[in-house]
Design a protein around this ligand. Structure first.
Ligand code: FAD
Length: 549
């Protein structure tokens, strides 16, 4: 960095400083930051979870921080961003927030495209909460089960968790196509992978350790949970309160940050395993027949990518199937170019901009472009690798994208897909194009009153490059179509517009009212309220100006 840039960076940091010795007055702080910004504009783009200070203070209310999701499409101006390093940090923050009448919200990796993680109160950054915790077999009804469980702090990323499990000879039962999220993040939004016999992340949770609004630490399990209440109390004393209650478990497991701060979880895991993957091209008309004849029951994982645009009278699809196989005897050679637009292209700096330029400049070539992207992905030679490397779709996740995804009941899946394909053609006639194939994945019924997967579910995803013209508008139109005609349940972590008006949420999530009432008993004062909870009708709240203590 040049000397001049270093100087302006120093000025910027001084503006953010809370150092007792070198702490300028609030007005001077803002001024320093403004002049530093004028010289280094990228300072406006802080890293996800960038934190001004770990120390919790009450006299910094005249300036606000900026928090953005990873792609910069969701922005909030919280009073403060604090980094929690321990359960005590979480407790102090919640206590202080409640005393100041200031809402608080835990965030993970900021990889939600929705407003789920936004707060204008206090942001609690959780990446430092990433340790494996002691699991005391004596607290379990069946102490022998301890070997297939892991007790871990919930700010750990899926990537780090995979590495830890691998070293123990274990693995997650399933995961999505990305590993940058935190454990609490994937649980809270019911993040899923593919496989009709496998639920979303909440299905693997045996116990959730939650810091409630009143400061109590609850270990929440289903009524028939893993812990023995007597032994649990002997080990944890008053530090953790065991609550074994199906209603409470189902309300807190998928709560989108609104029922407390998840400190840790006890997860069910399995022995390390390998998968073999095949990718075959076929037209939608053939896929439709295979869906009718039950192909999703035939493999551990089934996924379909569809070109939304017909070429030669049909929509080209890529069918991906995966099965467990024994550990390969020879060396495993990773396969590049397994992802839409290729690992190579999506890994290059500026590739999002290049692709966006191409889609915006030559919109009518989109159908051909998507067709050849799918053709490049076909791979009829089995690719065998360790499970978590097969699941992860790699650099494609680093493209500047937005996405929406919907849970559809099994019996409506074909009609819903065909309605989307019809709409895609209509949008195309108006000049609006999906800049990526549509993805289908199947998920087993999963716990959670507001889960997107209450029954065997087909998840339909519409990823798009964020800056391609019309993407947002198309997602809004797809959501209207799918929610109103097919009762589709929007993915909480993906772009969604659904609100409490017109009773729609009650029709989509059948236990919505029950969820609201349980969450309200856990947080009667709205400590975890936010724009998101206002939007869905859980709260009616605007953050008040914080009172000085
Ligand atoms: C590139 C990419 C790929 C993706 N792939 C998939 C996929 O394959 N399948 C799928 O289903 N989804 C997928 N998603 C969606 C993603 O998994 C979810 O949005 C997930 O919630 C993001 O996790 P996060 O750690 O970034 O959490 P954030 O986005 O930071 O937060 C998500 C929610 O969790 C809450 N939260 C976070 N930490 C805590 C805590 N400690 N206590 C209480 N609440 C908390 C937040 O308040 C917020 O409401 C993908 C998203 C991206 C960007």
């Amino acid at each position: 960095m040049s000397l001049l840039r270093r100087f302006w960076a120093w000025v910027w940091n001084l503006g953010a400083s809370r150092d007792r010795v070198l702490d300028p007055a609030p007005a001077a702080k803002s001024y320093l930051r403004v002049i530093a910004l004028a010289h280094i504009p990228e300072l406006t783009m802080p890293k996800i979870g960038t934190v001004a200070s770990g120390a919790l203070q009450t006299d910094n209310l005249s300036t606000r921080e900026t928090w953005r999701n990873y792609v910069g499409t969701q922005v909030a101006q919280p009073f403060e961003i604090c980094r929690a390093e321990s359960l005590d940090d979480l407790k102090n923050t919640v206590k202080r927030a409640a005393a100041m009448n200031c809402p608080v919200r835990a965030v993970g990796s900021g990889h939600s495209w929705s407003d789920a993680a936004l707060t204008d109160g206090i942001v609690v950054e959780t990446h430092q909460l990433d340790s494996v915790l002691e699991l005391y077999p004596v607290t379990l009804k069946s102490p022998g089960d301890a070997s297939s469980l892991i007790h871990v702090e919930a700010g750990i990323t899926i990537q780090s968790l995979n590495a830890i499990l691998d070293a123990r000879g274990q693995a997650l039962l399933n995961m999505g196509g990305f590993d940058g999220q935190t454990l609490a993040g994937v649980i809270s939004t019911s993040t899923h992978g593919s496989g009709i016999g496998l639920g979303s992340f909440p299905s693997f949770v045996a116990a959730l350790v939650v810091l409630a609004a009143d400061g109590s630490v609850l270990q929440i399990e289903p009524t028939n949970g893993i812990s023995d209440p007597g032994h649990f109390a002997e080990v944890y004393g008053t530090q953790r309160v065991l609550r074994q209650d199906d209603q409470l478990f189902n309300a807190t497991i998928v709560a989108v940050g609104s029922a407390g701060i998840i400190y840790a979880a006890i997860l069910r895991v399995t022995q390390k395993y390998w998968l073999s993957e095949l990718r075959v091209l076929m037209p939608w008309s053939e896929i439709r027949e295979k869906l009718d004849s039950g192909i999703v029951d035939e493999f551990r994982h089934v996924e379909v990518l569809i070109n939304p645009y017909k070429i030669k009278g049909d929509n080209l699809c890529l069918l991906t199937t995966r099965e467990m196989v024994p550990e390969p005897t020879g060396p495993v050679i990773p396969r590049p170019f397994r992802y839409v637009f290729g690992n190579f292209l999506s890994g290059l700096p500026g590739s999002s901009e290049v692709l966006t330029f191409l889609f915006n400049q030559f919109p009518r070539s989109t159908p051909d472009f998507l067709q050849s992207a799918l053709q490049d992905l076909e791979d009829r030679n089995p690719y065998e690798d360790i499970s978590y490397r097969i699941f992860n779709v790699g650099y494609a996740n680093s493209l500047r994208a937005i996405s929406a995804e919907f849970g559809i009941d099994f019996d409506l899946q074909i009609q819903a897909v065909e309605a989307i394909l019809c709409s895609a053609e209509e949008f195309a006639a108006e000049g609006g194009y999906n800049s990526s194939p549509i993805a289908l994945r199947w998920v087993a019924p999963s716990p959670g009153m507001v889960s997107m997967q209450p029954t065997p579910t087909c998840m339909i995803e519409m990823p798009m490059l964020a800056d391609v013209f019309g993407s947002d508008a198309m997602l809004w139109r797809y959501e209207n179509l799918l929610t109103r005609r097919f009762g589709a349940r929007p993915h909480w972590g993906q772009q969604n517009f659904v609100s409490c008006s017109g009773d729609l949420l009650r029709k989509l999530y059948l236990q919505f009212d029950e969820w609201v009432s349980v969450v309200k008993t856990l947080d009667p004062g709205g400590v975890f309220s936010s724009r998101f909870t206002d939007r869905i009708g859980l709260t009616n709240h605007a953050p008040e100006r914080v009172r000085r203590q």
